[in-house]
Design a protein around this ligand. Structure first.
Ligand SMILES: Nc1nc2c(c(=O)[nH]1)N[C@H]1C(S)=C(S)[C@@H](COP(=O)(O)O)O[C@H]1N2
Ligand SMILES: [Mo]
Length: 401
């Protein structure tokens, strides 16, 4: 497969392709007036007032229980600004004073602990860049492909998280023989609880307090949240107040009636924590319009809960020919991975899609293959290949709705 790059040929033809609009003439700076002094300095930064990208929030009669969606069509690179991280809460965003907040670690342990945030911050920490995706992201695609990438794929974000490895604290409290689960409980009104196998807790679970270089936002779980790398968003309990070491899973609401996957034969898969490889083209995507023929960057995001994205392949002809996109380096495991492909739109309809392959060799399935395996009642863990139609007039719609 040929690795297509932005070649010199593309660049040389750019001015001509854009109808001369990019050619700088002798009066290129004519509209520039005299320069005035700018605004003074400020204590906490704001983005430019010209920038308008916002989270989309579905209207709800119970606004405390809702979701908001990251504008991934406007995202650049691989880090989601904390202010645009998607949100999913089941009981509103609690206001927690970090000076009084405590994390209690108890149950089948030798020495139960109650830790303050100062205690947490004192301990050896690690930082990891990770993708976080709601298990219900793209749930609508099971039924009908969505028309807009933010609304159908925006419950995914990428952050740099800083915190204390859970393994370190489990060593401090001394896990007793027979223990095999850790039950995490949040401090919000819904009393969110999830069961985490001890093997995961000892492997890479993180008790995070930092996000993108500062304390995490209230919506993300301030002052402390559990991060389970690669696992469905729901298993990343926010506003963490208690960890109970047990012999058995808790069989909590959010791992039985919710966040379990109903299969075609009427059985349900439970504890399907891992998010499998997925990708989506964010430009061009539904609702956007290409202003004309010429050179564009086709781009999107790929990720896998199992490790690195090995490659992303893009089709421009509805899935007959696939070519490799360029992947942004470094490719971090379990992190958003941006892919890019220089693409010349020639004014003919193009049916485009991306397909991610992760380091385990897992290939993102087609929607048809996914539905053949899981039916259409699963709700969670949709990761089918997403097709967009770029029409001759440059408008972009979803395919198959
Ligand atoms: N305590 C608590 N933790 C929670 C939730 C919640 O409502 N309460 N929502 C979960 C769900 S369903 C998801 S997808 C993620 C969302 O995290 P975010 O809001 O930081 O994106 O948090 C999870 N952790
Ligand atoms: Mo979720």
């Amino acid at each position: 497969m040929r690795h297509q790059r932005s070649s010199r040929r593309h660049i040389l033809r750019l001015g001509a392709a854009a109808g001369g609009g990019l050619l700088a003439g002798p009066n290129a700076f004519a509209a520039e007036g005299p320069r005035r002094l700018g605004a003074p300095l400020g204590p906490y930064g704001e983005r430019s007032p010209f920038e308008k990208a916002v989270r989309y929030t579905r209207e709800s009669k119970t606004p405390e229980t809702g979701s908001s969606f990251t504008p991934i069509q406007d995202s650049l690179g691989t880090i989601t600004p904390s202010a645009l991280h998607y949100e999913r809460h089941h009981g509103g965003i609690p206001t927690i004073d970090p000076t009084t907040h405590r994390l209690v670690i108890h149950g089948l342990v030798g020495r139960p602990l109650s830790l303050s945030m100062d205690d947490m911050r004192r301990l050896p920490s690690v930082t990891r860049t990770l993708v976080l995706e709601c298990g219900g992201n793209s749930a609508g695609e099971w039924v009908a492909p969505g028309a807009d990438v933010q609304r159908s794929y925006g419950m995914v974000s990428g952050s740099e998280w800083t915190g204390v490895p859970l393994a370190l604290l489990l060593a401090e409290v001394g896990v007793r023989p027979g223990a095999s689960w850790v039950i995490a409980e949040g401090g919000d009104a819904c009393r969110m609880e999830r069961s985490v196998p001890l093997s995961k807790a000892l492997n890479d679970s993180l008790l995070a307090y930092g996000q993108n270089g500062e304390a995490m936002r209230p919506a993300q779980g301030y002052p402390l949240r559990l991060i389970n790398p690669g696992w469905e968003g729901n298993a990343n309990v926010k506003w963490l107040r208690s960890l109970r070491v047990t012999e058995q899973p808790y069989m909590a609401r959010d791992e039985t009636s919710k966040y379990s996957d109903l299969m075609p034969d009427g059985t349900a898969r439970i504890f399907t924590y891992e998010m499998e490889a997925k990708s989506v083209i964010t430009f061009p995507s539904g609702g956007q319009t290409l202003p004309g023929v010429g050179l564009y960057e086709l781009t999107g995001l790929a990720w896998s809960g199992r490790g690195q994205v090995d490659r992303v392949e893009v089709t421009l002809d509805g899935g007959q020919v696939w070519q490799r996109a360029e992947l942004q380096a470094p490719r971090l495991p379990i992190a958003l991975t941006r892919f890019r492909l220089a693409w010349r739109f020639d004014g003919r309809e193009a049916i485009i899609a991306s397909r991610a392959v992760d380091e385990t060799g897992y290939v993102q399935p087609t929607r048809e293959a996914l539905i053949a395996a899981r039916g259409t009642n699963s709700i969670y863990h949709y990761n089918g290949i997403k097709f967009w139609r770029v029409r001759a007039d440059g408008t972009v719609t979803n395919v198959g709705a």
